[in-house]
Write a protein that binds this ligand. Structure first.
Ligand SMILES: [Zn+2]
Length: 130
């Protein structure tokens, strides 16, 4: 087994310890779109700390996982951002702002408006600029 693979496996194991905390925090729902059916995944939001932490991890459904991890966007299905962008959970707000910026860059006017109105805490501002 390669060292990279071993590291990856180790990380996944550490991440799985966060599962219970994330289930409790999210109410077993996707933290972006609130879907409660299907598998939910622990997704780390960069920049990731040395050890996995729930403060840098979101609990997401398959479709939101895809949107966060790839360049795929489904603008019509992403209006949940109008709510979650106001979250007081920094990792969730950071992710919502990043997604809104991507939507804005694709010409979605509602995402641009949202970015103009949202208040970001200094912690979130700092995270976004890192
Ligand atoms: Zn979702």
């Amino acid at each position: 087994m390669s060292q990279g693979h071993e590291k990856h496996q180790q990380r996944l194991e550490q991440l799985s310890f966060l599962g219970k905390t994330l289930v409790r925090r999210s109410g077993a729902k996707c933290e972006l779109c609130s879907h409660a059916h299907g598998t939910l995944y622990s997704i780390e939001i960069p920049p990731v700390p040395e050890l996995p932490s729930e403060d840098h991890t979101l609990f997401l459904c398959e479709s939101c996982k895809d949107v966060v991890e790839t360049s795929k966007l489904n603008p019509q299905e992403m209006h949940y951002l109008e709510e979650v962008i106001w979250s007081d959970l920094p990792v969730l707000q950071v992710t919502a702002v990043r997604l809104c910026r991507r939507l804005r860059d694709k010409g979605e006017a509602w995402a641009a408006e949202l970015l103009d109105t949202v208040y970001l805490s200094p912690e979130v501002e700092e995270w976004l600029s890192s």
